[in-house]
Design a protein around this ligand. Sequence first.
Ligand code: RNT
Ligand code: ZN
Length: 415
Amino acid sequence: MDQAYELAKARYAAIGVDTDAAIEALLKKPISLHCWQGDDVTGFERTGEALSGGIQATGNYPGKARTFEELTADYDLALSLIPGRHRINLHASYAVTGQETVERDALEGRHFDAWIDYAKKRGLGIDFNPTFFSHPMVKDNLTLSSPDEEVRAYWVRHGIACRRISAYIAEKIGSPVLCDVWIPDGCKHVPADRMGPRLRLKKSLDEIFAEQLPGVIDCVESKVFGIGLEAYTVGSSEFYSAYAMSHSGVTMLLDNGHYHPTEMVSDKIPSLLAFFDKVPLHVTRPVRWDSDHVVLLEDELKEIAAEIVRNDAMDRVLIGLDYFDASINRIAAWVIGTRNMQKALLNALLQPWDALRALQDQADFTRLMMRTEELKTYPMGAVWEEACRRAGVPAGESWFARVEEYEKDVLRKRG
Ligand code: RNT
Ligand code: ZN
């Protein structure tokens, strides 16, 4: 066994932390890798519609995936460089329909058979998202809250179709599928009516969630604002938390790019865990706005991981990633962000939480601060490298050589 790991193991053992158990817990925890990092949220529909809904992928790095084959080849490389067994997170706009053009309100489970096959062969779980953006039926920036009944009904049908697709996938892969409803609906200018759209959204959600579907974990995702939709967001945090609280079977997803900059999602996790069985996350990195930068190993990420680990919620908090950086190698973006999420989890798994909690309860905040700060320079890196070795993936920066080679041989040859 590696010497650095042996030393680290002894160091942690001295404070009552079992590094082998931490590695085991880390490698058991799946992260849901979002397919949309692979192609800047473009999807396979080829309608020529630009990315809309107040979200934006910026950059023009060569080699983005254009087809199911390219996207899954890229996914394979990314997954081979990340320790553990994970999940893939799909959007409805990534249906594989061959030559056929299928309207979003007519999508069916079979349009995702190729993905199911892909996931099954690799032992991956699947999560799903209806796509309420980048589409001509988004009228005046509205979908489920539209006053135009034709528009609203179209998107209700899409929501229903996507829940059924989620149930179909869950049955085929034999494990639950998270189905996340996020809509862009909002206004650039000060609205004259904030209530009407919310009541229409409530009605639409009731219609979408009416059917009991086994295997589907339903959730709603709030947001504070989007680009071009600065004045008003229909699906606000209060709206969706009240909705989820009052509708059994619907939970609330927290995206850490969707709040005011001084508001921390880490703090919201235990609040929701006090009421909900499952708390899904979209982990991202907002820079000045919901910019969806690649996740780095920063303090807030470590705090998010701490709330998951110390509340014994590894099975209750469903971790998904949600960023899309088109300015760097997209496979590297997946690998860096996912490994960082895992490093944050490992860091949390290596803290002596019982002892620290006791210090808080004794109001010994001097010692708590001292210990917390000393723990920050413990040899976590050696444990991380051991976890990678045990999972059979490159430990240090050597993984990047594989991405560079693939960029040269494959990505640079894409048109
Ligand atoms: C947008 C939301 C949403 C999307 C994905 C593509 O602000 O975060 O989750 O990023 O559905
Ligand atoms: Zn999100």
